[in-house]
Ligand binder design. Sequence first.
Ligand SMILES: Nc1ncnc2c1ncn2[C@@H]1O[C@H](COP(=O)(O)OP(=O)(O)OP(=O)(O)O)[C@@H](O)[C@H]1O
Ligand SMILES: [Mg+2]
Length: 330
Amino acid sequence: MALKVTHAYVKAFAARVVNLPRDMAIDKRKQVNTLRDRLKSHIAANPGFSLVKMLHGGSVAKGTALRTFNDFDVAIYVQRDDAPVEEAEIVEWIAERLREAYKGLLDPSQITPGTHCVNVYFKSSGTNVDVVPVLYEGDPDDRGYLIAKEAVDRTDWLLTSVRLHLAFVQARKNACPEDWAQVVRLVKWWVREQNMSSQGDKFRFKSFMIELVCAHLLDTGRVDFTDYVGALEGFFDYIVRTELRERIAFDTYYSASELPKERVGEIEIFDPVNPTNNTARLYEDSDRVRIVDAAEVALDAITEASFATTNDQAVKCWQAVLGSKFRGKE
Ligand SMILES: Nc1ncnc2c1ncn2[C@@H]1O[C@H](COP(=O)(O)OP(=O)(O)OP(=O)(O)O)[C@@H](O)[C@H]1O
Ligand SMILES: [Mg+2]
């Protein structure tokens, strides 16, 4: 009898290849915590310092990081009235404040302003932290205007809350412990494989968008996340069937009536915190088509694998989805 690729194989593959090992995650989080704690004590010692607080909101905080991740995303809350009015000056201005706060801990050259964020680099570990400004006016849920880093030629300020995003993700993790986040990581790995094997243009499918699609599939009960073979099949099937043209939104933090009446993008995946923020606003139709096509290839491969008559055949099919490191047996 042919050996099928099973949930157990995919799970073992995830543990060996995809996931960031726990001790590594703990170690990395510690570095970000050092930055946060240092800033906190500097703020306490310097009343009127314009930086308010720091919040780690990237995949390592959410538990959706891949083993290959390299950048931390950290939000820095800035007192809105104190920040320079000129947007272009804000990042430089924050870098200066951070150099001041981290005197003795970091060399000024380790803190460099980029286009939309300040980069903090730890020489010893090679860790890079992207510090993204949030203009803040004291909202209790930490809503503020986040500088959008995807826009190359313009600055977008999005009203959102990284803290509520963390809570949103945590709620899905609570509803489906281990498995929901694992499927998110497997899908992110698939995106990574698309990029590894593609020449030319980047295959775009932002991690946050993947989390939101997976949250939608969990919330609506369309996919059983506890079986990774079925869950991946269900994810790709959803993309292929809807062609990613179905609007995705959540009514956790706003009511559906606040969403735009008209279509506002080729792909519509709304920020759970702000009904006017389409997280896919920078995606064009060609990006959408590329995702749908790739999902179709993946879905076909998974289907083919289920009919394979040898283990080798089935594994080959899965390698088209999860890359050449995929093995039938661990
Ligand atoms: N378009 C957006 N609108 C609102 N918030 C966003 C948007 N994009 C990113 N964020 C915020 O930034 C966080 C980080 O998301 P992002 O997609 O950059 O990567 P990530 O989850 O860190 O994954 P990885 O770095 O592993 O690819 C999100 O959890 C969210 O809080
Ligand atoms: Mg990140």
